[in-house]
Design a protein around this ligand. Structure first.
Ligand code: TYD
Length: 139
């Protein structure tokens, strides 16, 4: 399973009268082994998070509560905005895309599944530097 671009994923809801249970398994429901999870909450609509690209890490983001928007850019002029507002949907983000998360609802809990352990040196946090790297990749 290889996903090329950013895309929405829908996970099965194992729902019954007791509620819902959503399962996300590495290499099955998402195209990588999960090495790290983190989650973001307590942000509100005035906050913009992310604002970086990752050289190696792929992510799946799921708003397990509340909602936020994710703007994804590829450094070549393409951008898309995804609304995460259901606990059984997520967005897949390949490496080397620029992402902004914003418009967080007060109850937003954004679960992030990552393909790599944390390594600050693989984060690109300057947009100009990101554009240069994309340009070099294309040569
Ligand atoms: P940051 O990357 O700024 O969060 P976001 O891009 O989601 O807005 O991370 C916030 C802080 O947390 C920063 O000091 C780095 C630290 N951090 C870790 O130590 N490990 C991690 O896995 C992540 C994602 C962040």
């Amino acid at each position: 399973m290889k996903y090329l671009g950013p895309q929405m994923l829908e996970f099965p809801q194992n729902g019954d009268e007791r509620g819902h249970l959503v399962v996300v398994e590495g290499q099955k429901d998402i195209p990588f082994d999960i090495k790290r999870i983190f989650y973001i909450y307590g942000s509100d609509e005035s906050v913009v998070r992310g604002q970086h690209a990752n050289r190696r890490t792929e992510f799946v983001l799921i708003n397990v509560a509340g909602q936020c928007k994710v703007k994804v850019r590829d450094g070549k002029g393409n951008e898309a905005v995804f609304l995460l507002n259901r606990p059984h949907t997520g967005i897949y983000l390949p490496k080397m895309v620029w992402k902004d998360m914003y418009d967080f609802s007060q109850d937003s809990v954004l679960l992030c599944l990552a393909s790599e352990h944390y390594d600050a040196s693989e984060y690109i946090r300057e947009y100009d530097k990101y554009l240069k790297l994309i340009e070099e990749e294309d040569k």
